[in-house]
Design a protein around this ligand. Structure first.
Ligand code: BG6
Length: 304
């Protein structure tokens, strides 16, 4: 994608929708800014990644690293990175990038709309432009971000090739919280999970709500329910409702891993928890030629 396709003025001329869809430079890259229904969202063209969601109450709902930088060839840590067409490390080649190849690459805008009640931006990534050594299949990914009384993110995968392929994916949502010690995560009870910190140990079972007091990295399987994060410090509840998602990932890097990551900021792990609508682990999606799959995550915020 050339500089012209990334130029905010060029984008505004084609896709701007008054005050509802605007384009600007932020964090060294181009972003779309959606405003409607007394809410706002920021979406970067790199990775089709939501960087910010401020609902009606005026408080940021998504956590962001203190030093976000676009265009470095790396994903920005925070907001909602898109993990596609594989989640986590590649299953048989550790040299391939973790969480797939779309989060650090530019996407192309394909639709925009907005009025006082809602605003939408749609971006596409044509994976046929990726070298076959990295991924040998033919597919198009599309992200549709809709801002209204909630934030809805829809990831569509279309198999445009002649052979079926296996897909794992996630909308890797970093939620902003007051303090990790004061949140209760509900909606996972009864689900089996893979503990990524205890590889090879099989499936564990979630009983009741989840409180995080150490590093957590779990893939809940066969788990389609909505998840809520009740935050006593910020006196709000964030609810994540899913469609087309059989897995929910919960991640907090805690102290040691935060040090290794280097971009979490001082005590950043206390102010975030990732709750990810996903198809991962053994919840693999197989897509036939011509078939489409949708993964949807909707975030809504209510006062306690
Ligand atoms: C989570 C994974 O979804 O993403 C973790 O479950 C991983 O294992 C984390 O560490 C962050 O990944 P990355 O590649 O953005 O550092």
């Amino acid at each position: 994608m050339g500089a012209k396709e990334q130029d905010p003025a060029e984008l505004a001329a084609r896709w701007g929708r008054g005050q509802h869809v605007r384009f600007e430079e932020r964090f060294g890259g181009t972003v779309g800014v959606l405003s409607a229904a007394d809410s706002a969202a920021v979406v970067s063209l790199q990775g089709a990644q939501v960087l910010s969601y401020v609902p009606r109450d005026g408080r940021e709902a998504l956590w962001m690293s203190p030093t976000p930088r676009l265009g470095t060839g790396k994903a920005v840590r925070g907001g909602i990175p898109v993990c596609w067409p594989w989640f986590g490390p590649h299953t048989n080649d550790a040299r391939k990038p973790a969480h797939g190849f779309v989060r650090a690459n530019p996407w192309e805008i394909v639709a925009a709309a907005g009025d006082d009640t809602g605003a939408t931006l749609r971006l596409a990534f044509d994976a046929t432009r990726i070298e076959t050594a990295l991924w040998p299949h033919q597919a198009v990914a599309e992200i549709e971000i809709t801002l209204g009384t909630a934030l809805r993110v829809k990831l569509t995968t279309e198999n445009t090739g002649q052979t079926p392929f296996a897909l794992t994916e996630a909308l890797h949502t970093y939620l902003a919280i007051g303090d990790i010690a004061a949140v209760a995560i509900e909606g996972l009870a009864g689900c089996p999970y893979i503990d990524q910190l205890q590889p090879g140990r099989g499936l564990f079972q979630q009983h009741g709500m989840l409180a995080v007091a150490e590093e957590v990295d779990r893939i809940y399987q066969d788990c389609t329910m909505a998840v809520s994060v009740t935050d006593a410090v910020l006196a709000r509840r964030i609810t994540l409702t899913k469609e087309g998602s059989r897995s929910t990932v919960v991640w907090n890097p805690w102290v040691e891993k935060s040090r290794r990551l280097g971009d979490m900021g001082e005590n950043g792990y206390r102010r975030m928890v990732c709750i990810e609508a996903a198809n991962a682990g053994s919840d693999v999606v197989t897509l036939a030629p011509g078939a489409r799959h949708h993964l949807v995550s909707e975030i809504s915020v209510t006062d306690l």
